[in-house]
Ligand binder design. Sequence first.
Ligand SMILES: [Zn+2]
Length: 444
Amino acid sequence: MEVSLNAIITIFFFFLITSSVQSSTEIITRFQQFLQINTAHPNPKYYEAADFIISQAKSLNLGFETLEFVKGKPVVLLKWTGKNQNLPSILLNSHTDVVPAEHSKWINPPFDANVDELGDIYARGSQDMKCVGLQYLEAIRRLKTSGFQPIRTVYLSFVPDEEIGGRTGAKKLTESEIFSKMNVGIVLDEGLASPNETYRIFYAERSAWSLVIKATGSPGHGAKLYDNSAMENLLKSIESVRRFRASQFDMVKAGLKAEGEVISVNMAFLQSGTPSPTGFVMNLQPSEAEAGFDIRLPPFADPASLEKRISEEWAPSTRNMTFELRQYKPKTPTDDKSGKAHISPTDSSYAWWKLLEKAVKKANGKLGKPEVFPASTDAKYFRDQGIPAIGFSPMASTPILLHDHNEFLNQAEYLKGIQMYESIIKEFTSYVGSDSDKASREEL
Ligand SMILES: [Zn+2]
């Protein structure tokens, strides 16, 4: 039987197309499977997520280990051993937990991972950050298929509890002996989606403080005008906080500073009054009043001057006020060997940064100006150990929907992100730098 060359070519391309279509279908299916595991607080199915990650690790022939620093909070650690184990390793971190979803406000159920006609995958965690965790693995799958062998070792950590502060997840990992043996030179962690074509990238983050100020004063008749009531004292403070807030926000509005570069202060609660069966007693001025604030401090702001402002202006004892302050205190630059723990350097003289820029460019992506992450992530725990951490979630042309209703990620964007990581892992693990461990850690 004679088969024409044309027919052979047609058949060949048919297979090529169907196999690539099939593999992207498989990639998306794996992503959907991970999204369908309900890891929302307060009862995240961590063991199901861990089993899924381990099944992926097995299919990729990666080393795997489940660490349980806190009972019920598994950290899954995967390893792709590099050819030179003396060089500092690369750590790809992601968290497996997600924030809860109000099911009734979603157009698609948040744990079904349905794909609509535009290719948008709807699920809690599709942006924050199950996408990243699986993109790392898919990138490794592609690299392995192509026969690539890393020089540096790659670790992947899938940590619990980021959404509730990370103290029982990433923090425990970074403080462990296992971690120090991993000799990590650079960490990649989460970033944010970008509504335009440029990827957002983060080199530091603001630290979270929570402040509760309490005013006390003599109670009195609702009709009486007198000074130093609890309400009057608290209102003076609130006015002062609002002036400060406006001064910070004005700089953002004027385009002088980015969101992550100013101190944000937002009132979280306001509490006072004497309850009555129908609401509140109206002819009584209460003797106590309280307000709570969420404060975010950029790494280069001076914590001492804000503490002074709080004790002198926002809650002065001269006005019968007290306050409670809970703050995340990163190690100060003087505590840290590199002096740069909380600001992972991004200038072009810095090797990892140059490699990252090059890798994203090679994969046809564009990076924006490095930013300070406006909220808090696990990256701070790595920076606490003096290890540079870069926040990056490759989602361009995507609305920022983390923690929002109808969180989604387009499948084409997800697939493009895999190519970014493929390129980044290739560049990072091929970089030899200095052979000496110590020198390279300090140099990098
Ligand atoms: Zn996150």
